[in-house]
Design a protein around this ligand. Structure first.
Ligand code: PMT
Length: 226
C-alpha cells in the first residue's frame, strides 16, 4: 500500500445502511454494519486524501481525520451527498441504500386491533433516488466507484450495474456467503472497469480497503490524465 496515492484529493464515501420509517416505531433496513466503508475512509486518509463520509446509522467509532455526516434515510443520504459533492475528485458508493421506502410514514403506530385484523398487511413502497447514479450523471462528475452486492451471477450483474449507472469502476461482492459481505469482518471482492477485472482474495475489510484503493488509484490517475 502506497501512502501518497491520493494526496491532495477530495474523497466522498457513502457508508452503512439506510433506514426507512414505516411508522413511529418500525422501519425497513438491511444488515450493513458500515465496516467496509469505514475501513475505506481510514485507508483513504492514510493514502493522503481529505475524506468526507456520509453515513447511515451504524455503531462504529468515527475514524480520525474524517468529516462524518450522519443521516438516517436514503433521501437524507442523497441530500447530504449533494451538499458535499462540489470539489470531490473520487466518490465511492459503499452504502447499502434502501432501494424503496414506504409511500407514506404513518403518524401513528400500525395497530393490530379490530378494524385492522387482516392476516395479510400490505405495505406500499416507492423507489428511492439512486445516489451513485445521480453523482455519475452530474456535469464534471468525479471518478465514481460503486459497489455491487450480489447473491448470484456476481460478475455479470455487477458489470450491468456499472454500465447502467455509468460508473467508472465497480467492486463486486458475493453477499450470499455469510463469512464475507454484510456485517462480517472479512470480505472478498472483484473489481471491474471497462477492460479490467481484478480479483482480491478474502482478507479483513481493513486490509482489503487498502488493496481496493490501490487498484482504484490506477484507474483514477489514468482517468484524470485524459
Ligand atoms: O457495511 P458492511 O457490513 O461492512 O457490508 C459491506 C457491504 C456488503 C454493504 C458493501 O461491501 C457493499 O456491497 N455495498 C453496496 C451495497 C448495495 O446496496 O449494493 P447494490 O448492488 O444494491 O447497489 C449498487 C450500488 O448502487 C452501490 O454502490 C450502492 O451504494 C448504490 N445505490 C443503490 C441504491 C440507491 N438508491 N442508491 C445508491 O447509491
Amino acid at each position: 500500500f502506497t501512502h501518497d496515492i491520493f494526496t491532495g484529493q477530495n474523497v466522498l464515501i457513502t457508508a452503512g445502511p439506510t433506514r426507512e420509517d414505516i411508522d413511529p416505531v418500525r422501519y425497513i433496513s438491511n444488515h450493513s454494519s458500515g465496516k467496509m466503508a469505514y475501513a475505506l475512509a481510514e485507508a483513504a486518509v492514510e493514502a493522503g486524501a481529505r475524506v468526507t463520509m456520509v453515513s447511515g446509522p451504524v455503531t462504529l467509532d468515527k475514524p480520525d481525520r474524517v468529516k462524518v455526516v450522519d443521516v438516517i434515510s436514503a433521501r437524507e443520504m442523497h441530500d447530504a451527498v449533494m451538499d458535499n459533492i462540489d470539489d470531490i475528485d473520487l466518490f465511492i458508493g459503499c452504502a447499502a441504500v434502501s432501494d424503496y421506502r414506504p409511500v407514506e410514514i404513518l403518524k401513528d403506530k400500525i395497530k393490530k386491533d379490530p378494524g385492522n385484523s387482516e392476516e395479510i398487511l400490505e405495505l406500499k413502497l416507492v423507489r428511492n433516488p439512486d445516489i451513485v447514479a445521480s453523482v455519475a450523471a452530474r456535469e464534471n462528475a468525479p471518478f465514481v466507484i460503486g459497489f455491487a452486492a450480489e447473491t448470484s451471477h456476481v460478475i455479470e450483474y455487477a458489470t450491468s450495474k456499472m454500465q447502467k449507472k455509468k460508473l467508472n469502476m465497480i467492486v463486486a461482492n458475493d453477499v450470499s456467503d455469510q463469512s464475507i459481505g454484510f456485517s462480517s469482518d472479512s470480505n472478498e471482492v472483484t473489481m471491474l472497469a471497462e477492460g479490467m477485472q481484478t480479483a482480491l482474495p478474502k482478507a479483513s475489510k481493513k486490509v482489503l480497503a487498502r488493496k481496493i484503493l490501490n487498484v482504484a488509484s490506477r484507474g483514477y490517475h489514468q482517468w484524470k490524465s485524459h
